[in-house]
Each structure stands twice: as C-alpha cells, then as structure tokens.
Design a protein around this ligand. Structure first.
Ligand code: SAH
Ligand code: SF4
Length: 414
C-alpha cells in the first residue's frame, strides 16, 4: 500500500483578494514562454539569443528572484525585461510542513489575489525504491465540475491558470528541494481544478517540465488526473504518450456517478472508460482509475461488482482512496476493512487494485481543502441545505434514479 494524499494543515495567514475581478498582471510569466519566443524578444532588442538561456538558467537553476538579480545580463536590459515579463507569477507563497517533515503544503497568491495550492510529498528511500519527491499541482483556481466530496468543487470556478502560473508552482518546489541538494522526481496534476478543461495551458506547462534545459522531467514521471472530459482524453490519445493518465472514476453506476462527478451527466461513465481504453491501447500506457471511497455511498459489493464488470479485460489499475473529511458534506471516508473488502472483490475479478492512505490522520483533507479554508466560512444554513440535498440526491441515486440536473454550466460546450 502506498501513501499519497496529504492532510490539510492548520489555517494560513494568506487570505484571497476580496474580488476575483481584481486586475491581473498582463505581463506573461517568463517560465511559460516557449524558448524561441524568449529568444525572439532578445533578437528584437539587438541581443544575442544566448541571453534567453541565461534567463532560463537563472529561473530554473539559480537563486535569483528578479531579473534585476541576473548579473550576467546587461544592466540596461533588466528593466526592459521586467517591463515585458514577470520573473515569477506567484506573488506570495506560504509553506507549512507536517507529517514529521514528509509533507509540505504551499499556498500561492496569484497577481489578481486568488489563491491556489501545491503539495510536496517526500518518500524516503526503501529497500526496493529510491527516495522520491512528488509535487501535486493546481491547474485552475477553483473548479467548475463541482464534485460534492471535493473542497475545490465547493469553491466553484474562478479561472484557468496561465502556463507560467502552473510551471511556477513546480519551480518553487524544485528550488526548495535544491537548497538541500534534492531533486523533484514526480509531478502530478491532482491539485485544484480539472486539467483537461485547461488543456492547452496544461500541455504547454508539461512541455516546459519535460524540456531538458528547464526541469528535464521525463513523461513517465508526470501524471494528469481527469474527472472524465472525453474530448480531452481523445485529444491526448491523438497526441501519443505524454504522461500517465489517471481517471477519477468513483462509481461505475451512472445514477451514482451523476451525483459524485456531475460531469457524468455530460459524458456518462461508459464513454469515459471507452475513451480511456482507447488511450491505453493507442499509447501502450496503462490508465489508472481513482476511486474516492465514501462510507455507505460508493463502497458496497454492488459497486465493486459493477466496477469489475465495467473494467473487465481492461489494461487498468484501480487506486482506492478513503475520502478525506470535507466540510459541507454529510459523508465520511470508508473504513479500512470495507476498503479492503472492495479491493478483494475487484482483484478476484482480475483487476489490479491498490489502496492508498491519506497522509497523516490528525487533520484529514485532500488537495483543495486549504482553498476552502481561505475562502472563509459558508453560512451554516447554506451548509445544512447542501448536506440535505446531497443526502436526498445520493439516496435517489442508490435507488438507481438518475439526476435530472443539467451538467455543470459551461463545461463541455464544444
Ligand atoms: N479534477 C481532477 C484532478 C484534481 S482532483 C480530477 O478530479 O481527477 C484529484 C483527485 O483528488 C481526484 O481523484 C479527486 O477525486 C480526489 N479528491 C478530491 N477530493 C477528495 C477528498 N475529499 N478525499 C479524497 N480524494 C479526493
Ligand atoms: Fe474538480 Fe477534480 Fe474536485 Fe471534481 S474532484 S471538483 S473535478 S478538482
């Protein structure tokens, strides 16, 4: 069994800006630029193209925090660079360490005041594996999909992250590790947001992480998780193997998945699994299915059997993760014996299955939890209504009745 999900940490000092309509810094972040575009800027300013390399080296391998500190650049050029680009798109970052130093949760402020988070998890070396440092990053501020067990989903959608805002989360962690002579080994897009609904920016950010002149992280060390955006999965399949694809399955029965992953009303589970199957067949890369296990909701024998039926003959791997407690839901995570029973039923049907623990137990929460903490308190009456609605929707789903609600607004419009 492996550990992946971190716990939330005590609340932070950072608070989001009062309004998401605050003006944004329009200058592109330098880490999100294509190397050729940065080189073109230097050519246009009568400079040799190796200057672009100097900037990149300072960003990825140096300790500089502004263009002004890159002393290899001509002094007169530095203010021009600063007028055109941002050296760092994360204006403020607060890091908290927990789990005896094994988990570092960072909250980042963006130029318009919104907050996103990233989580760095350290895995010490074992007899059969080397030391690993995995970073979980955000691709959007908030999320439009609105899964009811997810703290980010409860926030609603704010906006897509820019390429550099995604890349800079990684750069911050890589720099923190470099101080102790350590290197980032894995990046997972499992923080806030639905990566396949911001796919252009996510692909650009992955190209930056892959680039040997920047982070140089191999595609096998990058995983992207989706709640089931079928056109996005198909687009990735056409591109060929880019990274490991994880699909958040949660339920094999449509009525229940409609409630747990509202996007299911747009792309039902059979279509999602079909797209994932094609992806695995075309790219030769096994797809991982994630199941967040909720006590008495999606963890019954009936659910295990429906899942086994759906994934039969699939080159797949299922990860079972007990739900972290999130405010505003009436649910709790499935206790371990029931998770083990579910895993055993899947394995008896020939489906590779592992159980993942949430890191730490003192304050249970998934990626996205802090964002909700920062967003402030929701009125008790609103919380109560939301809980009541979830209880009645999930009860109807367990009777097999499909939701009449539309799919999340603006999601999946082609
Ligand atoms: N939007 C994408 C990626 C970000 S969420 C997706 O849904 O796949 C990453 C993972 O965290 C998903 O598998 C999601 O189901 C899981 N997750 C969200 N809230 C959780 C919680 N309260 N407990 C456990 N896992 C959770
Ligand atoms: Fe969005 Fe993923 Fe959270 Fe669902 S689980 S609301 S898709 S971030």
């Amino acid at each position: 069994m492996t550990e992946l999900r971190p716990t939330a940490l005590p609340s932070y000092g950072l608070r989001p800006a009062p309004s998401a309509t605050r003006p944004r810094d329009e200058r592109p972040g330098v880490t999100g630029l294509l190397p050729d575009d940065l080189a073109a800027w230097f050519i246009a300013h009568g400079q040799p193209t190796y200057r672009a390399r100097q900037v990149q080296d300072a960003a990825w391998r140096g300790r500089q925090e502004s263009f002004d500190e890159i002393l290899t650049l001509p002094g007169a050029l530095r203010p021009d660079l600063d007028g055109a680009f941002r050296f760092d798109t994360l204006t403020e970052t607060e890091v908290r360490v927990t789990d005896g130093g094994l988990t570092e949760k960072a909250v980042h402020r963006l130029s318009d005041g919104l907050l996103v988070e990233s989580v760095l998890m350290h895995y010490p070396a074992r007899a059969d594996s080397r030391e690993r440092h995995t970073l979980c990053i955000s691709s959007q501020a908030g999320c439009a999909v609105g899964c009811p067990f997810c703290a980010t989903g409860e926030l609603g959608m704010e906006r897509d992250l820019e390429t550099a805002e995604i890349v800079d989360q990684v750069r911050h962690a890589a720099r923190r590790l470099a101080v102790d002579g350590r290197r980032l080994t894995n990046v997972v897009y499992m923080g806030m947001g639905e990566p396949l609904l911001n796919l252009d920016r996510v692909l650009e950010s992955i190209a930056a992480l892959n680039d040997p002149k920047r982070l140089g992280l191999g595609a096998r060390h990058i995983a992207v998780s989706t709640s089931g955006v079928v056109p996005g999965i198909r687009r990735l399949t056409a591109l060929g193997p880019q990274f490991t694809l994880a699909v958040s399955l949660h339920a094999a029965r449509n009525a229940l998945r409609d409630v747990l992953v509202p996007l299911n009303r747009r792309w039902p589970v059979e279509e999602v699994v079909e797209a994932a199957r094609e992806h695995a067949a075309t790219t030769g890369r096994r797809v991982t299915y994630e199941v967040t296990m909720i006590d008495g909701i999606n963890d019954t024998d009936l659910d295990a059997d429906a899942m086994a039926q759906l994934l039969r003959g699939e080159h797949a791997h299922v990860n079972l993760i007990p739900m972290n407690q999130v405010a505003h839901t009436p649910w709790t995570g499935t206790p371990l014996p029931a998770v083990e029973r579910f895993a055993a039923r899947l394995m008896a049907s020939g489906i590779a299955t592992t159980i993942r623990f949430n890191r730490g137990t003192e304050i249970g929460a998934a990626c996205g939890q802090l964002a909700a903490e920062h967003a402030g308190q929701v009125a008790p009456l609103v919380v109560q209504r939301r809980r009541e609605r979830l209880v009645s929707e999930s009860a109807a789903a367990l009777r097999g009745e499909r939701s009449q609600e539309p799919s999340p607004v603006g999601v999946g419009e082609e």
